[in-house]
Design a protein around this ligand. Structure first.
Ligand SMILES: [Zn+2]
Length: 147
């Protein structure tokens, strides 16, 4: 007697598509871009004496350099004084394998534990039409198409 084909075989053995992996440096850059800030503006809360400005700006720029991961014992990666930034998310992107990464909006880096408002002033949530977007980015993209 022949075995019946498995359900997966009948469906063509399609696996769900893997979600794109967000790298730590991409997360930092997406969050800064979502705030509409330059590197200089993002660095401003972290220096008080003019002679420190260049160093701080270099450190902030380094966070966005491809391949750069801040070591665990440094606290210099916390950009939350400048813009909406979740240090726990950043650490997870640095330290855990992709399957353990938190779900992020692939346009702005928003995570569901971070308060963010959509363009109507409501709490952002996940888009119903695109699982990789928050409602704020979905609205911004729709406006771009219209204008
Ligand atoms: Zn978004």
């Amino acid at each position: 007697m022949r075995n019946a084909p498995s359900l997966l075989a009948m469906l063509g053995e399609t696996e769900p598509a893997a979600r794109p992996v967000v790298m730590p440096w991409e997360y930092v850059k997406m969050r800064r871009a979502a705030a509409g800030m330059t590197i200089e503006q993002a660095a401003r809360p972290y220096w008080h004496r003019p002679e420190h400005q260049a160093d701080v700006e270099r450190n902030v720029r380094e966070l966005e350099t491809v391949g750069f991961r801040m070591q665990r014992h440094f606290f210099g990666a916390d950009m939350s004084r400048a813009y909406s930034f979740n240090l726990d998310v950043y650490r997870q992107l640095c330290d855990t394998p992709p399957e353990q990464h938190p779900r992020l909006c692939l346009a702005c880096g928003w995570d569901q534990w971070t308060t963010q408002y959509d363009t109507n002033g409501n709490d952002a949530t996940w888009s119903e039409t695109d699982p990789d977007r928050c409602t704020r980015c979905e609205q911004l993209e729709r406006k771009k198409v219209i204008t």
